[in-house]
Write a protein that binds this ligand. Sequence first.
Ligand SMILES: C[S@@+](CC[C@H](N)C(=O)[O-])C[C@H]1O[C@@H](n2cnc3c(N)ncnc32)[C@H](O)[C@@H]1O
Length: 289
Amino acid sequence: MGPMVLGDLLDEAEPALRGVARSAARREVVELAARVLGAEPDGLDPARPLDGRAVRRLRELVRRRADGVPLGHLTGRVVFAGLELAVGPGVFVPRVHSELVLAAGRKAVEGIAGPTVVDLCAGSGAIGLALAHARPDARVHAVEFDPVAVDFTRRNAARRAALGDAEVTVHEGEAARAGALTGLAAGADLVLANPPFMPDAAEVPDEFGRYQPRQAVFGGADGLRVVRQVVEAAAGLLRPGGVLVVEHGHLHGATVPGLLRESGRFADVSCRPDHDGWPLYSSAVRTAS
Ligand SMILES: C[S@@+](CC[C@H](N)C(=O)[O-])C[C@H]1O[C@@H](n2cnc3c(N)ncnc32)[C@H](O)[C@@H]1O
């Protein structure tokens, strides 16, 4: 028998990833193979022979991914809204769902020249950096409290700025202190946030329950501890007419719009679904009072 070729290993590994990656299993194996081979995923030749070391390494990465380790923690990168970002253990790997939050935010500032935007709970910086990429005239602030995540945000912001995107100002601290950190009081046109929103006792896949940072996923007994901080902070940051877009997942399709209405400082509250029809995020407009 000749040496194993890449295509054989891709065929072998794909079924193992169906549990965690479902229809993306093949693409994920290709990304892991690209990591092992130091190549770009798009350029891989299935006929490429693999030496024993590459086979062992790829099988090990596939085993860890099947166990629930996020793909980005194994490859060190993720593509969010077309931007390649560095991620790794200790930082939340952005989800494709959050591109809908970004899209809603972009729409909210479409007609505004030089908008001021704050990304609360920034993680790797994905949402704020993607906004800065789409809107070179924007002034974007990113607020994140976890030092490991802040390192990733800073690294990603520096790389995007070197590639020509607008500078994003990164602030290390609690979302609740965003006004003091950014110096913005009733001065932001848009606040975007993807805070932790799962109740502490919720059963979630290992990818989220074991491998993503706990403070990125769980938000207290009802899941809303940080969401409440975000609503409060956004009320202080936004100018009248400014918009908050906050991701909250399927459990909070009624509660978060309720929080926004009860705060008495937001109007035009609406909850929007993800691509499968589940509640994903809410948006609201800061009132003048
Ligand atoms: C679900 S992750 C989202 C990260 C990023 N926005 C994204 O979409 O990939 C939530 C992030 O909020 C951060 N976080 C949690 N509580 C926070 C708080 N009170 N203040 C600031 N950041 C917080 C976590 O460290 C984590 O990076």
